[in-house]
Write a protein that binds this ligand. Structure first.
Ligand SMILES: NC(=O)C1=CN([C@@H]2O[C@H](COP(=O)(O)OP(=O)(O)OC[C@H]3O[C@@H](n4cnc5c(N)ncnc54)[C@H](O)[C@@H]3O)[C@@H](O)[C@H]2O)C=CC1
Ligand SMILES: CC(=O)C(=O)O
Ligand SMILES: [Mg+2]
Length: 371
């Protein structure tokens, strides 16, 4: 198969769909890989390294989209990329369609086979192609929050850990999945008081066993969220209902009654966000203020630590990339129910139930597209 890797074009996005070792793996399986000139240059992955791994270097994204049978990317295709997708072409990348009607319409129109990293499941449960980026974003959420609590960044001027004789701050983490757990690890390290909420009581039990009375765990409901958020200095939003738009758990009214200069980091923003007041921001302009509360809502947080993130992502994506290239999409999806769960849009149909429901499309099962 001819595989193409365009340079990412989202704001401050320096990750790349395939690393040179991943190219090497595909080439070893008999495939051809085209990589756009300088696709990895910003993170120290030079064209020479790609050439040594067996890729060919191509000058423009246009040529890659025109020729490749499968496009491997990181972020959802931007409008100019959607317009270049072709019928029957495989697109393998993050999509986050539920909060994005324009992109969904463009992918439906393209006739391409669009496989979303974030809804592929794993034999051990969970979302193994989302997990590495959630680890990165969860860890980053605390450093982004701590930094924006500084006066010069709009925050109230609070050091999360306090100092001897001065109370520490209060970090509230909503959602105790991969983002939440990684944020929790960092939060505990700051010395702040930490509260974590989830609807999954077994998850809270596990965290209680690990952290004991160093943290407070709370079953997530509107009352508990309100109480926690009103006393918080930093709130991290990391909830997920796979494939669906994130539930708005923190209302505008709660935000208006929070401490002035508090910070919220809405990691779930790529699924629409779990704060009613959130909208997506970029690394170039990561925050805005609503009712005195600083909102950090960057939809591609791992892009800021793109080198670490690229390698972590490729560890999780390369296996299915090889299967898709080796077998073609129909057989690869037929053979693997977990990969099949990644199919969101296929030849003009929406094939992921939560996306169809949230955006008002007829749902067509992935299985029915394989015949
Ligand atoms: N902004 C960014 O750059 C990035 C965003 N993300 C996003 O972060 C979000 C979280 O991802 P993961 O942690 O991997 O998901 P996950 O599936 O590991 O965890 C989500 C957790 O949310 C909990 N949850 C669901 N509804 C809840 C509610 N009403 N109250 C409290 N908890 C609730 C679930 O029980 C689960 O424990 C996703 O939307 C993901 O796409 C991930 C990586 C980067
Ligand atoms: C998961 C995601 O949105 C990202 O890594 O940018
Ligand atoms: Mg989007």
């Amino acid at each position: 198969m001819l595989v193409g890797v365009p340079k990412e074009i989202k704001n401050h996005e320096y990750r790349v769909g395939l690393t040179p070792p991943s190219v090497h793996e595909l080439v070893a399986h008999g495939h051809k890989v085209m990589v756009q000139h300088n696709a990895g240059a910003d993170i120290g992955l030079s064209d020479d390294q790609y050439l040594a791994a067996g890729a060919t270097i191509v000058e423009t994204a246009k040529e890659i989209f025109a020729r490749a049978e499968m496009i491997v990317k990181v972020k959802e295709p931007q409008p100019v990329e959607c317009a270049m997708l072709r019928e029957g072409q495989i697109l393998y990348t993050y999509l986050h369609l539920a909060p994005d009607p324009e992109q969904t319409a463009a992918l439906v129109k393209s006739g391409a086979i669009c496989i979303a990293y974030e809804t592929i499941t794993g034999p051990g449960g969970g979302l193994p192609l989302l997990a590495p980026m959630s680890e990165v974003a969860g860890r980053m959420a605390i450093q982004a929050g701590a930094s924006h609590l500084e006066k010069s960044k709009g925050g109230m001027g609070l050091l999360l850990g306090g100092v001897p004789g001065v109370a520490a701050g209060h970090i509230v983490i909503i959602g105790a999945g991969v983002v939440g757990t990684n944020a929790l690890q960092m939060a505990v390290g700051t010395g702040a008081r930490v509260t974590v909420l989830d609807k999954n009581i077994d998850r809270l039990r596990q965290l209680d066993l690990v952290y004991g009375n160093r943290i407070s765990t709370l079953f997530s409901n509107a009352h508990a969220i309100e109480e926690a958020v009103l006393s918080a200095d930093l709130v991290i939003g990391g909830v997920l209902v796979p494939g669906a738009a994130a539930p708005k758990l923190v209302t505008r009214s709660m935000i208006s009654r929070m401490k002035k200069g508090a910070v919220v980091v809405d990691v779930a923003i790529d699924q629409g966000g779990c704060f009613e007041t959130s909208h997506p921001t970029t690394h170039a302009e990561p925050t805005f203020v609503v009712d005195g509360v600083v909102h950090y809502c960057v939809a591609n947080m791992p892009g800021a630590v793109a080198r670490t993130s690229t390698f972590a992502l490729n560890n999780a994506t390369i296996g299915h990339a090889v299967a898709l290239a080796d077998k073609g999409w129909r057989k690869a999806l037929a053979d693997d129910a977990h990969l099949r769960n990644g199919l969101n849009v296929c030849q003009g149909k929406v094939t992921y139930a939560a996306v169809a429901k949230d955006l008002g499309y007829d749902y067509v099962s992935a299985e029915s597209m394989l015949g």
